[in-house]
Design a protein. Structure first.
Length: 502
């Protein structure tokens, strides 16, 4: 942690020196007296300029080079060999190497912003969660937007699932809300996660994109049909995080003081309205600026504007679960918004860019297990599969002390605050099995989504699937078309008709 701070301080000092030097070299020759007095006084550069090392313009050449001993390795004579005992050289190079942290296994590319959350009213009727009790309280937050299957060079407008994770800094720990911008996932059991992600990743043979992998997975995963109708619609291509929704995807539990539990699904709704783009625009933007969404977010906040999202929840009494035609704990399903209306809870306001990307965004460690009293995990299989893997990923990525990294906790944090109980008092008994859920129903909601899309968007969905599916192996094409047929006969026919004949 100390190293992190000193690196950060070093960068700030460096930027400050750089700006001071530039200002000195720019001052006009006729005001020599002024120049002297300004050199004597330490100058404070404008905050926006020193705020973020990455934003400082490339260093201008030093006007006159000062030869300092610490710029040279320790050698035997000016041309002699470098001594092993040169601890300064070791420290300089090793610090450089160690500041490069391991990338996230998924959601690798991302951007961050700080802000606050404020509930509209007390939610005690539904949950004891401390940050949802007092509408006069502003809760500090940090949000990271990301791309689920990405590397650092993935274009921001690529067809992808976008992540939208928010950390709420509370008095006794943190609450993390991890969302995606598509409301359903492509699998319902964590066991298939590695296989699903591999199918969306570049070929393991040559690291080049290979669309056949995804269709081959889809042919083996009919539960992904609903997800397909989202990813391949215009919802899969978004130009700005400011106009994007966030969905918790999995089902959590809210518990009130009387011990009453309700299922809960989270939704972030952008105040600026929702907007997506078509495939052609996404491709054009990818060429023009692969970091278009990150730039848009940065420029908005740097320009002094804020970005707002309203938190809404859908609540469900677990007693209604059995009567539904679908399993509400299946993350390949959405809950009907008429039966389970969206309830506004509060507002998230993003207001500040990070000052140091490495320590404030790369080192962020989100987990669906970072919960508070009043919020629990449900029996959603996928959520339970996720509940431990994030901490493990972070132990590997950031080290065993990842929780003590400043951006991951409140000022007054103590390690003992890290854990909050979930599920205490619930009972579970039954036969141990490894099998699919009982109400799988992989196609009804896929068909409903296809029929509900407005004309032009439905046409885009068909075109986008057809263009990609035409590269798949014939047996996989047949399987996928079979799934689309089960969702809606016309859907399958249109995709078939739009596929270029090979
Ligand atoms: C069993 C299934 C899943 C597994 C094993 C899994 C695993 C992971 C891992 C290892 C990370 C990187 C963590 C880190 O290094 O900090 C991650 C990030 C993330 N996951 Fe999952 N994930 C799963 C499903 C989901 C689902 C259903 C969602 C939907 C909300 C989701 C949303 C995210 C988000 C938004 C991030 C990025 C967090 C950040 O910005 O740092 N994941 N996931």
């Amino acid at each position: 942690m100390r190293e992190e701070r000193s690196f950060h301080e070093m960068m700030q000092r460096y930027n400050q020196e750089l700006l001071q030097m530039r200002q000195r070299s720019q001052s006009r020759p006729e005001s020599a007296a002024k120049r002297e007095s300004s050199a004597a006084k330490p100058q404070t550069p404008p905050a926006a300029q020193i705020a973020f090392p990455g934003r400082v313009e490339p260093p201008a050449p030093r006007p006159c080079r000062q030869d300092r001993p610490q710029d040279h390795s320790l050698t035997v004579g000016p041309n002699g060999p470098v001594l092993v005992e040169d601890t300064l050289l070791h420290e300089t190079l090793e610090t450089f190497v160690h500041t490069k942290i391991i990338e996230r296994a998924v959601h690798t590319k991302g951007y961050g912003a700080f802000g606050h959350f404020q509930p509209y009213r007390c939610m005690a009727e539904y949950t004891t969660a401390c940050f949802l009790q007092d509408p006069s309280r502003r809760i500090p937050t940090v949000t990271r937007f990301s791309f689920a299957v990405s590397n650092k060079g993935t274009p921001d407008t690529s067809r992808n699932v976008r992540g939208f994770s928010t950390k709420f800094y509370l008095e006794h720990g943190v609450f993390d809300l991890l969302c995606n911008h598509i409301p359903v996932f492509l699998i319902r059991d964590g066991m298939r996660f590695p296989e699903a992600i591999a199918s969306l990743s570049p070929s393991p043979v040559n690291n080049l994109p290979d669309g056949r992998l995804f269709w081959s997975f889809l042919a083996r995963a009919p539960e992904a049909t609903h997800f397909l109708t989202w990813l391949y619609s215009d919802a899969g291509t978004v130009a700005s995080f400011r106009t994007m929704r966030g969905y918790g995807v999995n089902t959590y539990v809210w518990k009130n003081a009387a011990g009453r539990r309700r299922y809960v699904k989270y939704h972030w709704i952008p105040a600026a309205g929702e907007r997506c783009i078509d495939a052609a625009t996404a491709e054009r933007l990818a060429c023009e600026n692969p970091n278009a969404a990150g730039q848009d977010l940065w420029d908005t906040l740097a320009g002094g504007a804020t970005v707002e999202y309203e938190l809404n929840v859908q609540l469900m009494d677990p007693e209604r679960e059995k009567a539904l035609p679908y399993d509400p704990l299946d993350d390949t399903k959405v809950w009907d918004e008429e039966a389970f209306p969206l309830m506004p809870v509060g507002k998230l306001t993003l207001e500040r860019n990070p000052e140091d990307y490495a320590s404030q965004v790369e080192k962020l460690a989100f987990s669906p297990a970072n919960l508070v009293d009043g919020i629990e995990l449900s029996n959603d299989k996928m959520l339970q599969g996720r509940s431990f893997i994030y901490w493990d990923a972070q132990r590997r990525r950031l080290g065993p002390d990842f929780r003590s990294i400043p951006v991951n906790h409140m000022e007054n944090w103590k390690p003992a605050d890290a854990f909050s109980p979930t599920g205490l008092g619930r009972s579970a008994c039954g036969e141990q099995v490894r099998r699919d859920i009982e109400r799988a129903d992989d196609f009804t909601q896929a068909g409903e989504r296809y029929r509900r899309l407005p004309g032009e968007q439905r046409a885009h969905l068909v075109e986008n699937i057809a263009a990609d599916l035409s590269h798949a192996a014939q047996k996989d094409q047949a399987c996928v078309l079979g799934y689309l047929r089960q969702a809606d006969e016309a859907f399958a026919q249109q995709v078939r008709a739009a596929m270029p004949r090979g």
